[in-house]
Design a protein around this ligand. Sequence first.
Ligand SMILES: C[S@@+](CC[C@H](N)C(=O)[O-])C[C@H]1O[C@@H](n2cnc3c(N)ncnc32)[C@H](O)[C@@H]1O
Length: 322
Amino acid sequence: MIETSQGSQTGRANGLSHDCQGTGCSERDLRCRGAVWPMSGWYRAPLTPMLFTRWAVSLPLGSQRVEKDRLLRQAAELAAANAALVDRASLPLGAAAIDLGCGPWGIVDLLADRVGSQGRIVGLDADPSLVAMARELVADRALANVEILLGDARHTGLDSGSFDMVHARTLLINVPEPEQVVHEMVRLAKPGGWVLSFEPDCEPSICYPPDSAYQRLLEIFPQMFTRNGADWRIGRRVAELYRRAGLVDVQVEVRSDIYPKGHTRRTIRVDLIRSMRQYVVELGLAREHELDQLFAAALEHLDDPHTIVMPSLNFLVSGRKR
Ligand SMILES: C[S@@+](CC[C@H](N)C(=O)[O-])C[C@H]1O[C@@H](n2cnc3c(N)ncnc32)[C@H](O)[C@@H]1O
Protein backbone atom coordinates (compact mmCIF):
# COMPACT_ATOMS: atom_id res chain seq x y z
CA MET A 1 0.00 0.00 0.00
CA ILE A 2 1.23 3.47 -0.80
CA GLU A 3 -0.03 6.35 1.26
CA THR A 4 -1.04 9.31 -0.81
CA SER A 5 -1.84 12.89 0.00
CA GLN A 6 -5.42 12.00 -0.72
CA GLY A 7 -5.44 9.01 1.61
CA SER A 8 -4.27 5.45 1.39
CA GLN A 9 -4.64 3.56 -1.81
CA THR A 10 -5.12 -0.14 -1.49
CA GLY A 11 -4.79 -2.63 -4.26
CA ARG A 12 -1.59 -1.26 -5.76
CA ALA A 13 1.19 -3.77 -5.93
CA ASN A 14 4.22 -2.30 -4.26
CA GLY A 15 6.16 -5.21 -2.93
CA LEU A 16 5.06 -4.64 0.64
CA SER A 17 4.05 -7.58 2.73
CA HIS A 18 1.88 -5.60 5.15
CA ASP A 19 -0.34 -2.58 5.35
CA CYS A 20 2.33 -0.12 6.41
CA GLN A 21 1.01 3.43 6.27
CA GLY A 22 4.41 4.95 6.77
CA THR A 23 3.82 7.03 9.84
CA GLY A 24 4.25 5.27 13.13
CA CYS A 25 5.99 2.27 11.61
CA SER A 26 7.89 -0.05 13.83
CA GLU A 27 11.50 -0.72 12.95
CA ARG A 28 10.44 -3.96 11.32
CA ASP A 29 7.91 -2.12 9.19
CA LEU A 30 10.46 0.41 8.04
CA ARG A 31 12.80 -2.34 7.03
CA CYS A 32 9.98 -4.01 5.22
CA ARG A 33 9.19 -0.79 3.39
CA GLY A 34 12.84 -0.53 2.49
CA ALA A 35 13.42 3.12 3.37
CA VAL A 36 17.07 3.74 2.65
CA TRP A 37 19.54 6.29 3.84
CA PRO A 38 23.25 5.86 3.61
CA MET A 39 23.64 5.95 7.31
CA SER A 40 20.79 3.56 8.01
CA GLY A 41 23.11 0.87 9.24
CA TRP A 42 20.74 -2.07 8.92
CA TYR A 43 21.33 -2.27 5.23
CA ARG A 44 24.74 -3.88 5.11
CA ALA A 45 27.10 -2.66 7.72
CA PRO A 46 28.15 -5.03 10.48
CA LEU A 47 26.90 -2.80 13.28
CA THR A 48 26.02 -3.63 16.85
CA PRO A 49 22.37 -4.46 17.59
CA MET A 50 21.99 -1.12 19.39
CA LEU A 51 23.03 0.89 16.35
CA PHE A 52 21.13 -1.46 14.10
CA THR A 53 17.88 -0.72 15.86
CA ARG A 54 18.31 3.00 16.34
CA TRP A 55 19.47 3.71 12.82
CA ALA A 56 16.74 1.70 11.22
CA VAL A 57 13.99 3.83 12.70
CA SER A 58 15.54 7.27 12.71
CA LEU A 59 16.61 7.94 9.08
CA PRO A 60 19.07 10.37 10.59
CA LEU A 61 19.68 12.99 7.93
CA GLY A 62 16.25 13.34 6.48
CA SER A 63 14.42 13.42 9.78
CA GLN A 64 16.30 16.27 11.36
CA ARG A 65 14.99 19.79 11.25
CA VAL A 66 18.31 21.19 10.09
CA GLU A 67 18.43 18.70 7.24
CA LYS A 68 14.89 19.53 6.19
CA ASP A 69 15.79 23.20 6.08
CA ARG A 70 18.89 22.42 4.08
CA LEU A 71 16.87 20.41 1.57
CA LEU A 72 14.40 23.26 1.18
CA ARG A 73 17.21 25.71 0.50
CA GLN A 74 18.73 23.20 -1.89
CA ALA A 75 15.47 23.09 -3.85
CA ALA A 76 15.71 26.83 -4.44
CA GLU A 77 19.44 26.92 -5.09
CA LEU A 78 19.47 24.12 -7.64
CA ALA A 79 16.31 25.24 -9.43
CA ALA A 80 18.08 26.95 -12.33
CA ALA A 81 20.43 24.05 -13.05
CA ASN A 82 17.55 21.63 -12.75
CA ALA A 83 15.43 23.68 -15.14
CA ALA A 84 18.14 23.22 -17.78
CA LEU A 85 18.01 19.47 -17.25
CA VAL A 86 14.20 19.31 -17.38
CA ASP A 87 14.19 21.48 -20.51
CA ARG A 88 16.01 18.73 -22.41
CA ALA A 89 12.73 16.84 -22.35
CA SER A 90 10.43 19.66 -23.51
CA LEU A 91 7.51 18.26 -21.53
CA PRO A 92 4.19 19.05 -23.18
CA LEU A 93 1.30 20.58 -21.26
CA GLY A 94 -0.78 17.80 -19.77
CA ALA A 95 2.17 15.45 -19.34
CA ALA A 96 2.80 13.23 -16.29
CA ALA A 97 6.08 13.38 -14.36
CA ILE A 98 7.45 11.99 -11.11
CA ASP A 99 10.21 13.22 -8.79
CA LEU A 100 11.63 10.23 -6.89
CA GLY A 101 13.20 10.93 -3.49
CA CYS A 102 11.66 14.41 -3.59
CA GLY A 103 12.36 15.12 0.08
CA PRO A 104 10.46 18.15 1.42
CA TRP A 105 10.09 19.68 -2.04
CA GLY A 106 12.56 18.56 -4.70
CA ILE A 107 11.46 19.88 -8.09
CA VAL A 108 7.71 19.32 -7.85
CA ASP A 109 6.92 23.01 -8.43
CA LEU A 110 9.19 23.16 -11.47
CA LEU A 111 7.50 20.10 -12.93
CA ALA A 112 4.01 21.34 -12.05
CA ASP A 113 4.77 24.57 -13.85
CA ARG A 114 5.94 22.70 -16.98
CA VAL A 115 2.91 20.41 -17.34
CA GLY A 116 0.23 22.95 -16.45
CA SER A 117 -3.05 22.33 -14.69
CA GLN A 118 -3.99 19.44 -16.98
CA GLY A 119 -0.78 17.58 -16.16
CA ARG A 120 -0.02 15.26 -13.28
CA ILE A 121 2.97 15.45 -10.95
CA VAL A 122 3.94 12.90 -8.33
CA GLY A 123 6.57 13.40 -5.65
CA LEU A 124 7.66 10.28 -3.78
CA ASP A 125 9.88 9.85 -0.75
CA ALA A 126 10.63 7.17 1.84
CA ASP A 127 10.82 9.49 4.83
CA PRO A 128 7.40 10.09 6.40
CA SER A 129 8.41 13.41 7.96
CA LEU A 130 9.65 14.78 4.63
CA VAL A 131 6.53 13.53 2.89
CA ALA A 132 4.41 15.35 5.48
CA MET A 133 6.37 18.54 4.87
CA ALA A 134 6.01 18.26 1.10
CA ARG A 135 2.27 17.74 1.45
CA GLU A 136 1.99 20.85 3.59
CA LEU A 137 3.81 22.87 0.94
CA VAL A 138 1.64 21.46 -1.83
CA ALA A 139 -1.46 22.42 0.18
CA ASP A 140 -0.08 25.91 1.02
CA ARG A 141 0.61 26.60 -2.65
CA ALA A 142 -2.65 25.00 -3.79
CA LEU A 143 -0.94 22.85 -6.40
CA ALA A 144 -3.94 20.82 -7.45
CA ASN A 145 -2.02 18.70 -9.94
CA VAL A 146 0.62 17.48 -7.44
CA GLU A 147 0.36 14.35 -5.33
CA ILE A 148 2.94 13.34 -2.73
CA LEU A 149 3.44 9.64 -2.03
CA LEU A 150 5.22 7.80 0.71
CA GLY A 151 7.12 4.95 -0.87
CA ASP A 152 10.37 3.32 -1.83
CA ALA A 153 12.00 4.51 -5.04
CA ARG A 154 13.31 1.01 -5.65
CA HIS A 155 9.83 -0.51 -5.70
CA THR A 156 7.21 2.19 -6.04
CA GLY A 157 4.31 -0.10 -6.89
CA LEU A 158 3.15 2.45 -9.47
CA ASP A 159 2.07 1.32 -12.91
CA SER A 160 4.73 0.67 -15.53
CA GLY A 161 5.01 3.17 -18.36
CA SER A 162 2.91 5.81 -16.63
CA PHE A 163 5.18 8.89 -16.77
CA ASP A 164 6.51 11.06 -19.58
CA MET A 165 9.37 12.01 -17.28
CA VAL A 166 10.97 10.29 -14.30
CA HIS A 167 13.39 12.44 -12.35
CA ALA A 168 15.57 12.00 -9.28
CA ARG A 169 17.96 14.48 -7.67
CA THR A 170 20.60 13.52 -5.10
CA LEU A 171 18.80 10.23 -4.56
CA LEU A 172 21.15 7.74 -6.21
CA ILE A 173 23.99 9.02 -4.04
CA ASN A 174 22.02 7.90 -1.00
CA VAL A 175 21.16 4.34 -1.92
CA PRO A 176 23.49 1.34 -1.69
CA GLU A 177 22.20 -0.21 -4.92
CA PRO A 178 21.48 2.70 -7.27
CA GLU A 179 20.89 0.33 -10.18
CA GLN A 180 17.67 -0.77 -8.48
CA VAL A 181 16.39 2.80 -8.51
CA VAL A 182 17.48 3.32 -12.11
CA HIS A 183 15.69 0.14 -13.10
CA GLU A 184 12.53 1.43 -11.42
CA MET A 185 12.92 4.82 -13.11
CA VAL A 186 13.05 3.10 -16.50
CA ARG A 187 10.08 0.89 -15.65
CA LEU A 188 7.98 3.93 -14.72
CA ALA A 189 8.78 5.84 -17.92
CA LYS A 190 6.52 5.55 -20.96
CA PRO A 191 8.12 4.26 -24.17
CA GLY A 192 9.92 7.31 -25.58
CA GLY A 193 9.74 8.95 -22.14
CA TRP A 194 12.58 10.71 -20.36
CA VAL A 195 14.65 9.59 -17.38
CA LEU A 196 16.65 12.35 -15.67
CA SER A 197 19.16 12.45 -12.84
CA PHE A 198 20.95 15.23 -11.03
CA GLU A 199 23.62 13.56 -8.94
CA PRO A 200 26.75 14.86 -7.24
CA ASP A 201 30.19 13.37 -7.43
CA CYS A 202 31.83 14.41 -4.19
CA GLU A 203 35.39 13.28 -4.72
CA PRO A 204 36.37 16.29 -6.87
CA SER A 205 36.35 19.08 -4.34
CA ILE A 206 38.29 22.30 -3.91
CA CYS A 207 38.95 24.43 -0.89
CA TYR A 208 41.61 27.06 -1.37
CA PRO A 209 43.61 28.01 0.58
CA PRO A 210 43.64 24.54 2.14
CA ASP A 211 42.45 24.20 5.72
CA SER A 212 43.30 21.24 7.95
CA ALA A 213 39.92 21.19 9.74
CA TYR A 214 37.94 21.27 6.49
CA GLN A 215 40.24 18.62 5.05
CA ARG A 216 39.66 16.36 8.05
CA LEU A 217 35.88 16.72 7.62
CA LEU A 218 36.25 15.84 3.94
CA GLU A 219 37.99 12.64 5.02
CA ILE A 220 35.19 11.73 7.43
CA PHE A 221 32.49 12.36 4.85
CA PRO A 222 33.01 9.38 2.49
CA GLN A 223 33.39 7.00 5.41
CA MET A 224 29.77 7.64 6.31
CA PHE A 225 28.68 6.74 2.81
CA THR A 226 30.93 3.86 1.86
CA ARG A 227 30.22 2.09 5.13
CA ASN A 228 26.72 1.25 3.95
CA GLY A 229 27.45 0.83 0.28
CA ALA A 230 26.22 4.17 -1.05
CA ASP A 231 28.60 5.73 -3.56
CA TRP A 232 29.84 9.27 -2.90
CA ARG A 233 31.24 9.25 -6.48
CA ILE A 234 27.92 8.26 -8.06
CA GLY A 235 27.81 11.20 -10.48
CA ARG A 236 30.37 9.76 -12.88
CA ARG A 237 28.55 6.39 -12.94
CA VAL A 238 25.03 7.54 -13.76
CA ALA A 239 25.35 7.49 -17.58
CA GLU A 240 26.72 3.97 -17.42
CA LEU A 241 23.85 2.88 -15.17
CA TYR A 242 21.42 4.41 -17.65
CA ARG A 243 22.91 2.59 -20.63
CA ARG A 244 22.97 -0.70 -18.77
CA ALA A 245 19.29 -0.23 -17.95
CA GLY A 246 18.56 0.05 -21.67
CA LEU A 247 18.14 3.81 -22.00
CA VAL A 248 19.19 5.43 -25.28
CA ASP A 249 20.31 8.94 -26.27
CA VAL A 250 22.13 9.22 -22.94
CA GLN A 251 23.56 12.71 -22.44
CA VAL A 252 25.80 13.93 -19.66
CA GLU A 253 26.62 17.45 -18.55
CA VAL A 254 28.75 18.39 -15.58
CA ARG A 255 28.12 21.58 -13.67
CA SER A 256 29.79 23.09 -10.71
CA ASP A 257 30.12 26.37 -8.94
CA ILE A 258 32.32 28.31 -6.60
CA TYR A 259 29.84 29.30 -3.94
CA PRO A 260 30.29 32.75 -2.40
CA LYS A 261 30.11 33.59 1.27
CA GLY A 262 26.51 33.39 2.46
CA HIS A 263 25.47 30.75 -0.07
CA THR A 264 24.25 27.68 1.77
CA ARG A 265 26.00 25.25 -0.54
CA ARG A 266 29.32 26.77 0.45
CA THR A 267 29.11 24.94 3.78
CA ILE A 268 27.27 21.81 2.60
CA ARG A 269 30.00 19.33 3.55
CA VAL A 270 30.21 20.75 7.05
CA ASP A 271 26.41 20.89 7.36
CA LEU A 272 25.97 17.28 6.29
CA ILE A 273 28.51 15.99 8.78
CA ARG A 274 26.87 18.08 11.49
CA SER A 275 23.58 16.38 10.62
CA MET A 276 25.30 13.02 10.99
CA ARG A 277 27.27 14.01 14.05
CA GLN A 278 25.79 11.39 16.37
CA TYR A 279 26.67 8.61 13.94
CA VAL A 280 30.15 9.94 13.25
CA VAL A 281 30.83 9.67 16.97
CA GLU A 282 29.17 6.25 17.34
CA LEU A 283 31.26 4.90 14.50
CA GLY A 284 34.40 6.20 16.19
CA LEU A 285 35.33 8.43 13.26
CA ALA A 286 35.80 11.43 15.57
CA ARG A 287 35.10 12.39 19.15
CA GLU A 288 32.51 14.98 20.20
CA HIS A 289 35.13 17.47 21.31
CA GLU A 290 37.16 17.05 18.12
CA LEU A 291 34.05 17.59 16.01
CA ASP A 292 33.24 20.81 17.84
CA GLN A 293 36.70 22.10 17.06
CA LEU A 294 36.61 20.94 13.45
CA PHE A 295 33.21 22.54 12.77
CA ALA A 296 34.24 25.85 14.35
CA ALA A 297 37.57 26.02 12.50
CA ALA A 298 36.17 24.91 9.14
CA LEU A 299 33.26 27.36 9.31
CA GLU A 300 35.59 30.19 10.22
CA HIS A 301 37.70 29.34 7.18
CA LEU A 302 34.63 29.26 4.93
CA ASP A 303 33.46 32.54 6.42
CA ASP A 304 36.46 34.25 4.86
CA PRO A 305 35.13 35.67 1.58
CA HIS A 306 38.49 35.00 -0.07
CA THR A 307 38.27 31.27 0.50
CA ILE A 308 37.39 29.43 -2.72
CA VAL A 309 35.02 26.46 -2.23
CA MET A 310 33.76 23.95 -4.76
CA PRO A 311 32.13 21.15 -2.74
CA SER A 312 31.43 18.69 -5.57
CA LEU A 313 30.62 18.25 -9.25
CA ASN A 314 27.00 17.84 -10.31
CA PHE A 315 26.22 15.37 -13.10
CA LEU A 316 23.08 16.17 -15.09
CA VAL A 317 22.17 13.02 -17.00
CA SER A 318 19.27 12.26 -19.33
CA GLY A 319 18.19 9.23 -21.29
CA ARG A 320 15.15 8.00 -23.18
CA LYS A 321 13.27 4.77 -23.00
CA ARG A 322 12.97 2.96 -26.33
C1 LIG B 1 19.56 14.41 -0.39
S1 LIG B 1 17.83 14.20 -0.28
C2 LIG B 1 17.30 14.98 -1.81
C3 LIG B 1 15.91 15.52 -1.76
C4 LIG B 1 15.43 16.17 -3.07
N1 LIG B 1 15.51 15.25 -4.18
C5 LIG B 1 16.25 17.40 -3.39
O1 LIG B 1 17.14 17.33 -4.23
O2 LIG B 1 16.01 18.45 -2.81
C6 LIG B 1 17.60 12.49 -0.62
C7 LIG B 1 16.16 12.05 -0.47
O3 LIG B 1 16.02 10.71 -0.87
C8 LIG B 1 15.11 10.06 -0.02
N2 LIG B 1 15.33 8.62 -0.11
C9 LIG B 1 16.41 7.89 0.25
N3 LIG B 1 16.24 6.60 -0.05
C10 LIG B 1 15.02 6.49 -0.63
C11 LIG B 1 14.27 5.42 -1.17
N4 LIG B 1 14.72 4.17 -1.18
N5 LIG B 1 13.06 5.68 -1.67
C12 LIG B 1 12.56 6.95 -1.69
N6 LIG B 1 13.23 7.99 -1.19
C13 LIG B 1 14.43 7.78 -0.67
C14 LIG B 1 15.38 10.66 1.33
O4 LIG B 1 14.32 10.47 2.23
C15 LIG B 1 15.62 12.12 0.96
O5 LIG B 1 14.48 12.87 0.99
